[in-house]
Design a protein around this ligand. Sequence first.
Ligand code: COS
Length: 379
Amino acid sequence: MLDKNQLEFREKVRAFALEKIEPVAAILDEEQRFIDEHIQPMAEMGLLSMIIPEEYGGKPTDTVCYSIAVEELSRVCGSTGITVAAHNSLGAFPILKFGTDDQKKRFLPRAAKGELIAFGLSEPDAGSDAGGTQTKAQLKDGNWIINGSKSWITSATRAFATIAVAKTSDDPSDKGITSFVLEKDCEGYSIGKKENKLGLRGSDTAFLHFDDMKVGPENLLGEIGDGFKQMLITLDGGRISIAAMALGLAQGALDCALQYAATRVQFGKPIGHFQGIGHTLADMAAEIEATRQLIYNTSCMKDAKVPFSRESAMCKLMAADVGVRVSSQAITILGAVGCLTGKYSAERIWRDVKLCEIGEGTSEIQRLVIARDLLKSVK
Ligand code: COS
């Protein structure tokens, strides 16, 4: 059950999402337009610094509130939800967790003010096998020379810096991987073509290329060789936020289907009062609520600093699965009008939520993480 602060926080984010984001959500999708105009207001509300301590200009919240924020934003606009989730969980978090004091002072206040940070793990040939990174960083005269490309980068063209991993040795194991904070204004850093996507079309996704990019030791994040584990630790938290995003999208699909089922009259009564539709709505609501409880509980586990890798993988697996199923059911309830682009949100949500089965680890990878952890516990 949510406490008073969490309930108030939810009201605040919900009101903002309904007033500012919902009216433009369909336009962002149709025009593939990024929500530039709402970045500053979200930064002022603290939505871009939910994991950043006050000393660096942040407005930290507990992880339940963070999940609520991503859920409420995604309920009206998945593109906004993923932008906020990636910035907090994947951009700011690794600096806070693994960075030096100097790096925290350099980067976190900017992130809190609304300058976005991206995360570069995936490459064309290193997707699920994240340890297969081919980007290289070579030490030369005290500086690192970085060469390689990163794919599917959220907020790629907007971010002022990217947390990226590169191979720093010929060690074929993941021990040869190291993390860096790479800044956009550094020579050799370039942004590829913006992707034209099925869903989340308002989010800013592109390749990044590093071509003989020279960075000093002050841009190395943590210890040499720790990069892969740092990324897996980062993804543990990130997966809760992608689950929260899928949850919000699923709730948005239910909102849409419920409103329609309560008002669309056929055979003399609203279609929601026919048992076939009513039972579907009930299943949708029950699955959403079960997912919400799993996500909030895992958020509490993270704050309690107990291991939560298995549970965060479960959150993401469940939420993506529920999101895809529920959004499809919503379109079925709407019938032909549900298939029109831009008329009802269920269609956009159905396209947006598909990514939740893929990004930050596919559903198959979540099952692998869960299964390995289950088997580890057998004596
Ligand atoms: N936290 C901390 N350490 C972890 C960890 C976690 N959650 N999971 C694994 N590790 C450690 C392991 O203990 C192991 O350490 P040792 O070498 O010291 O024993 C090391 O990290 C390597 O782990 P593992 O052997 O499990 O690595 P694998 O290459 O077999 O697979 C998976 C790891 C598949 C789980 C990982 O590559 C993964 O999550 N892939 C998906 C990547 C992804 O989500 N990409 C999308 C990015 S878009 S933002």
